[in-house]
Ligand binder design. Structure first.
Ligand code: CUA
Length: 321
């Protein structure tokens, strides 16, 4: 019965955001530590419950003589002070060295990525390559990558459960966490520090590629956006209505909102709010305040002519370097 209950509870532990399905050494360390804690504290719980049942089942009034009082005191000292002290000491003896192994390597890896948490999206920069994107990280698989994180206006936390622990993103301060995906694949991350109304709408993805694929991904984003003959007018409209907040490489340079240079290549819009399917960008531009209520982009109705908005949406969908 208990086993069934545990299986039922643990079935909620797999999936894209599970620390119990690690895909890196660092995450495997965290998972093994979790299991150690789970087993040890389950044993403590069972022991306490057994003792409690035993005490309840004992017949007669409790004895009040000196021996009984001494015995009772021994239980209180043992269970209330010594057991917790031993538990915490064991936890630290295992936890500290394990935690140390998840710290960024001393020799800096070949590549660093900067991630800034905004209300409520992720700015992602590859400073050496001069590439900016948003709400997605792309990394090479099988090698450590240092992620330098900070927050823009409030504290956020960067967390990719299958790849590493959490790290706070604090305004005015830079923290470093190391990600290393063993295999190429898609991993999911989420803000894990309450950062305001739309904290729950602050997801991102991490795609790990082979080295060659990763370099091709980066190279494709280093060139300014190519504009076809018919697209110069749309790009000018974009610059006029959207460019003060959004950057598109070679077209506009706003930094208030997410960079849109490769928006057509992403998995989702609004930091994981809706999947990026055909027509999703226009839907987002028209309904973003009902899809992600309270986001900081103003309504477009009455400000941007509908046919212009439609043309901009169609053009943004093609931005897939
Ligand atoms: Cu950002 Cu919670």
């Amino acid at each position: 019965m208990l086993a069934l209950l545990i299986v039922a509870l643990l079935s909620g532990c797999d999936g894209a955001y599970s620390i119990l399905d690690p895909a890196s050494t660092s995450a495997a360390i965290a998972a093994s530590f979790w299991w150690g804690m789970f087993i040890w504290f389950t044993l403590v719980l069972v022991a306490v419950v057994v003792l409690w049942l035993y005490a309840m089942a004992r017949k007669g009034r409790p004895q009040q003589d000196a021996t009984a009082v001494r015995q009772g005191r021994r239980w209180i000292l043992g269970g209330g002070i010594i057991l917790p002290l031993v538990s915490i000491a064991v936890l630290m003896a295992f936890g500290l060295p394990l935690g140390h192994r998840t710290l960024p390597a001393k020799e800096s890896p070949t590549m660093g990525i900067q991630v800034v948490g905004h209300q409520w999206w992720w700015e992602v920069r590859y400073p050496d390559a001069g590439v900016i994107t948003a709400n997605q990280l792309h990394i090479p698989a099988g090698e450590p990558v240092n992620i330098h994180v900070t927050g823009e206006e409030v504290i956020h936390a960067f967390w990719v459960p299958r790849l590493a622990g959490k790290i706070d993103m604090i305004p005015g301060h830079i923290n470093v966490i190391q990600l290393e995906a063993e295999e190429p694949g898609l991993y999911h991350g989420h803000c894990s520090e309450f950062c305001g109304l739309l904290h729950a709408h602050m997801a991102f993805t991490v795609r790990a590629h082979t080295r060659e694929e990763f370099e091709a991904w980066l190279r494709a984003r280093q060139a300014p956006t190519k504009l076809g003959p018919a697209e110069h007018g749309i790009a000018a409209d974009f610059q006029k209505y959207c460019g003060r907040c959004h950057r598109v490489a070679g077209v506009s340079s706003g930094t208030e909102g997410p960079d849109l240079s490769d928006v057509g290549s992403r998995d989702s819009l609004g930091a994981g709010t809706i999947p990026l399917e055909d027509g999703a960008i226009l839907r987002w531009l028209n309904d973003h305040q009902s899809l992600k209520p309270g986001n900081l982009m103003p309504e477009h109705k009455g400000r941007v002519p509908p046919e212009t908005l439609e043309a901009i949406a169609e053009w943004l969908e093609t931005l897939d370097p």
